[in-house]
Design a protein around this ligand. Structure first.
Ligand code: FES
Length: 175
């Protein structure tokens, strides 16, 4: 029997002006700041790059907002939407594709109930497909958080997700 997806709650995406100021103050963002470093630091701190923060970065550095967005959209490492607590990346590269990667991607998409680039509404998981992860010998490859999993299958995806869901519900029970 297919397991239920975990996409079922709503996420809070608001960032107040005070929060924006606090983050940018804390990171010392100003005219001399290096844009990419600032964006990396903000994302490290907040988990993603909210629009209000990007505006704040533009204001403080006097770098035009269009350029800030240009940099954010150029680099795959930056996210403008909140990300789940666990990021699942599935390789869509050729080596993975020919060894069944498409089925693994499909299994992840179905299980989480999200499309490429989306997060579950409870913000437990984010899902994205990515270009070659550099471990083709282990194809198909997925990364959950920062851990690589080779020879992935639809079943192993299910097990990975089960493990995290169980661990999170155990954590909730003990709190
Ligand atoms: S093609 Fe998937 S790891 Fe290289």
């Amino acid at each position: 029997m297919a397991r239920e997806t975990v996409k079922d709650a709503s996420a809070d995406q608001g960032v107040s002006p005070a929060e924006v100021d606090a983050v940018l103050d804390e990171l010392g963002v100003g005219l001399d700041s290096d844009l990419i470093s600032v964006l990396q630091d903000v994302q490290e701190r907040m988990g993603y790059l909210p629009a209000d923060v990007l505006q704040g970065v533009s204001d403080r550095t006097r770098i035009p907002l269009s350029r800030v967005y240009g940099v954010v959209s150029f680099y795959a490492q930056f996210y403008t939407e909140p990300q789940g607590r666990h990021k699942l990346k599935c390789c869509r590269g050729t080596a993975c594709y020919v060894r069944g990667g498409e089925g693994v991607i499909e299994a992840a998409r179905n299980r989480l109930g999200v499309e490429d680039g989306e997060s579950t509404k409870d913000m437990m998981f984010s899902f994205e497909t990515v270009a070659c992860l550099g471990a083709c010998a282990l194809a198909p490859v997925v990364v959950m958080g920062d851990k690589y999993h080779g020879m992935a299958t639809p079943d192993s995806i299910d097990e990975m997700i089960d493990e995290i869901v169980d661990a999170e519900s155990n954590k909730e029970e003990t709190n």
